[in-house]
Design a protein around this ligand. Structure first.
Ligand code: SF4
Length: 336
C-alpha cells in the first residue's frame, strides 16, 4: 500500500476515513486520526507528500521574514506554564511598560532596513485596556505607513476591539491555540481554550488575517499534537499564518525542564501542517536558535516558509541575523 496517498485524506460527508482522495475538498475536515496517520507515515513518504503540496502552492525557495518586538514585557497575570512573562513565576524577565510609539517606529524602520516584510508587536497582557489599545492602534498606523505588513499579539480581545485594530490597518492578529483543547488545562488555567477561539472568531469577523499555531514540548502526546493540527486545519478557512514553536524551556517557569520533542517529531509536525493547510504560511518559530542548519533545511523542505528574522523572540533568544544570512546563502533560499 502506498501510504503517501492511502492515509490521512480528509473526510467529507461522502468520503470515509479510508478514502484515497489526495486533495482536500472545500468542505472537507481532517479528523484527528487522519492527522495522526500522517505522523505515522514513513518519514520519506511524509516529506515527499508535504514537499509536493508545498511546491503546488508556494515557491519552495522563498521564505518570508518577519520581525518581532515585545512592546510591553512581563508582569502578565496569566499562568501559561511555558511563559517567562507570567507574573506568577520567578524568572529573569523584567517588567517594561508599554513602549513609546516613536521607539516602536524606529525599531520597525531598522527591521525593514534589514529586510523584514512584516513587523509583529507583542504585549504581555491578558487583554488590552481601551487606553492601551489606542496606543497600539497608533503604532499600527505608523508601522503600516512604512510599507510593512503589521501583526500584533495582545491577548484576548473584548467586543469591538478587533474592529478598532482593523480600522488602524492591522493585517494579522496572532493568537495561538497553543495545544490540543483536551490538554490545554494542563498548561494554562487562567483562561480556557474556548476563550482563544472566541478571540480568533472576533479577529476573523473584523476582516483581519489570523495567525495561529501552537507549541510543541509542553508534555503533550502525539495524539494531542495531531488534534492541534486538525483543529487549525479545520478552521474555515485555516489560519493565514501558522507558527509552530518548539518550546524553549525558560528558567523559573514550570516547564523549564520539560522533555524536548524529538527533532523528527518536530519535522513531522511541520509536514502535517503543510499537508493539512496547503495555502497557509507555516512559520518556523521559537526554538529555531537551537536547531542545526540541517534540521532547519529539513523543516523548509517539509513546508515551513516563514521565519522570525530578529535576534529576540519577545523574551527568548533567536538566531543571530548573520547565521540566517549564511544559511539562506547555503540553501539558495530567497528572502521575501
Ligand atoms: S503567553 Fe501571553 S498570556 Fe500567557 S503568560 Fe505569557 S504573556 Fe501572558
Amino acid at each position: 500500500m502506498n501510504t503517501s496517498t492511502a492515509v490521512a485524506s480528509p473526510t467529507t460527508p461522502a468520503a470515509s476515513a479510508g478514502s484515497v482522495a489526495a486533495t482536500k475538498k472545500p468542505d472537507a475536515r481532517w479528523t484527528v486520526s487522519q492527522v495522526e496517520a500522517l505522523y505515522q507515515m514513513p518519514l520519506m513518504d511524509l516529506l515527499f507528500r508535504a514537499h509536493q503540496t508545498h511546491r503546488e502552492n508556494f515557491d519552495p525557495n522563498e521564505v518570508q521574514r518577519s520581525a518581532l518586538l515585545s512592546i510591553k514585557t512581563g508582569g502578565c497575570p496569566e499562568d501559561c506554564s511555558y511563559c517567562t512573562q507570567s507574573a506568577r513565576y520567578k524568572t529573569d524577565t523584567g517588567r517594561e511598560a508599554l513602549m513609546q510609539v516613536e521607539d516602536v517606529v524606529s525599531r520597525a524602520k531598522e527591521a525593514k532596513a534589514r529586510g523584514s516584510t512584516r513587523f509583529c508587536m507583542g504585549a504581555a497582557w491578558r487583554g488590552p485596556k481601551e487606553k492601551e489599545l489606542e496606543v497600539v492602534t497608533q503604532m499600527i498606523r505608523e508601522v503600516k505607513a512604512l510599507g510593512l505588513e503589521t501583526c500584533v499579539t495582545l491577548g484576548m480581545l473584548k467586543d469591538g476591539q478587533a474592529g478598532k485594530l482593523k480600522e488602524a490597518g492591522l493585517d494579522y492578529y496572532n493568537h495561538n491555540v497553543d495545544t490540543d483543547a483536551e490538554f490545554y488545562d494542563k498548561v494554562i488555567t487562567t483562561h480556557k481554550h474556548s476563550d482563544r477561539l472566541d478571540t480568533i472568531a472576533q479577529v476573523r469577523a473584523a476582516g483581519i488575517k489570523v495567525c495561529s499555531g501552537g507549541i510543541l514540548g509542553l508534555g503533550e502526546s502525539r495524539r494531542n499534537r495531531a488534534a492541534m493540527v486538525a483543529q487549525l486545519a479545520n478552521m474555515n478557512p485555516p489560519p493565514d499564518s501558522v507558527p509552530i514553536n518548539n518550546l524553549v524551556g525558560m528558567p523559573g517557569t514550570p516547564l523549564a525542564a520539560a522533555e524536548k520533542v524529538d527533532n523528527f517529531e518536530f519535522v513531522r509536525t511541520i509536514a502535517a501542517a503543510r499537508i493539512t493547510m496547503p495555502k497557509s504560511w507555516v512559520r518556523l518559530s521559537a526554538g529555531r536558535d537551537v536547531m542545526s542548519e540541517e534540521m532547519q533545511a529539513m523543516c523548509f523542505f517539509a513546508g515551513a516558509n516563514s521565519i522570525f528574522y530578529c535576534d529576540k523572540l519577545l523574551t527568548a533568544s533567536n538566531l543571530d541575523l548573520n547565521a540566517d544570512h549564511v544559511l539562506f546563502e547555503k540553501l539558495g533560499l530567497k528572502a521575501i
